[in-house]
Design a protein around this ligand. Structure first.
Ligand code: MRU
Length: 354
């Protein structure tokens, strides 16, 4: 795998998925191999691979890897035994993180494929699954490129663009979602400045967004999450673009915790606020943000993870939701692979999902 170009890939022998271990960035660009179900679960849960589209693609490739490894271990395995084993592993991986619907979406694509191909021999079932997983992989690349084109017209020379968390190339196979139009504008010679929220508590903005944008030669400045108001009040921010983990039918969008605060501040200062995502992030079964499950994570991520010593008195409790929901009324528009939506979100999102 070429780690300078993609964040994950199926290994050449099809027996593993190679990922950039994002927990090591920006200190070290290390590619690791995942092959066992527990390794995939741990990698997703611990955010070695992260970002809604990337975890979906990773899980789809994982099912293909499990099929190939099961056949290697027992070449006489029946397709029924193989299908049952893979179904069990898909459900296991689905439980690794609850908010990003891309994970459910990609695994349900693989489960559908298992069902429709279960009449085939085990080797043919494995081939079919590998083909489907690679289609999901390629589909992510092409949708992100389309998001870049859909968002590009919004970007003008010398703009200041604020983003939260990391919705860049590391969060997808390539290009990213929120950062995709920015990459394209940069490629086309438009100069701009990106302001990256550091993104407490796991610092995806500071560690990942600042890393990938500066590596690409894009002018980037990191700020603490609480500093967006002063930047906006001074007129430095022309637009906010964030990604999403799940977009409900009415446009309410779950994204990294702090996104909702940012949208409220942007709204106050009348700074346009866009959400960029592929169709796999839209969940029409959730009518509003109230129906989106929010992942709660370990208190230690806030208490001690980035410090030499714990920074919070041991008896104090810690609130650590990984996501919040941006109310649709605060969103100026959606930058989707099918185009830009700036009004009638309900109709537009339903159409985009078709
Ligand atoms: O917890 P993470 O780092 O997986 O959260 C990621 C985000 O919130 C991203 O903004 C979202 O997944 C979109 S990525 C293209």
């Amino acid at each position: 795998m070429d780690a300078a170009k993609e964040s994950l890939a199926l290994s050449a022998d099809g027996l593993a998925v190679e990922i950039i271990d994002q927990t090591k960035l920006p200190r070290k660009l290390e590619v690791i191999r995942l092959s066992e179900p527990t390794e995939f679960f741990e990698a997703i849960h611990k955010l070695k691979v992260r970002g809604a589209p990337a975890i979906g693609v990773c899980a789809a490739l994982a099912i293909s890897v499990f099929a190939k490894r099961a056949l290697k271990k027992d070449p006489a395995i029946s397709s029924l035994t193989l299908a049952n084993y893979l179904t069990e592993q898909a459900l296991y991986l689905e439980s690794s993180r609850p908010t990003a619907v891309n994970l459910d979406w990609a695994l349900s694509q693989m489960l559908d494929c298992i069902k429709t191909a279960s009449h085939l021999s085990a080797p043919k079932l494995q081939e079919t699954l590998q083909r489907r997983a690679l289609e999901i992989y390629e589909d992510d690349i092409s949708r992100c490129r389309k998001i870049a084109e859909a968002g590009f017209p919004l970007i003008k020379e010398s703009m200041g663009i604020l983003t939260h968390c990391n919705a860049g190339r590391l969060a997808t196979v390539k290009y990213g979602t929120a950062l995709a139009p920015i990459y394209l504008a940069h490629e086309r010679g438009i100069s701009l400045k990106v302001y990256a929220d550091e993104t407490r508590p796991l610092l995806q903005g500071a560690r990942l967004t600042a890393f990938e944008l500066t590596q690409a030669g894009i002018d980037t400045m990191v700020l603490c999450d609480s500093m967006s108001s002063i930047l906006m009040s001074e007129g430095n921010i022309d637009m906010v673009i964030v990604g999403a983990d799940r977009i409900a039918a009415n446009g309410d969008s779950a994204n990294k915790v702090g996104s909702s605060n940012l949208a409220i501040v942007a709204n106050y200062y009348k700074v346009p606020f866009y959400v960029a995502a592929p169709a796999s992030t839209i969940d029409l079964s959730a009518r509003s943000g109230k129906e989106i499950p929010i992942e709660m994570r370990d208190q230690e991520e806030v208490r001690s993870m980035w410090y030499k010593e714990p920074m919070i008195y041991t008896r104090a409790q810690i609130f650590n939701p990984a996501f919040d929901v941006i109310d649709a009324s605060l969103i100026t528009g959606f930058i989707l692979d099918s185009g830009l939506i700036t009004q009638d979100f309900k109709e537009g999102l339903a159409h985009a999902k078709r």
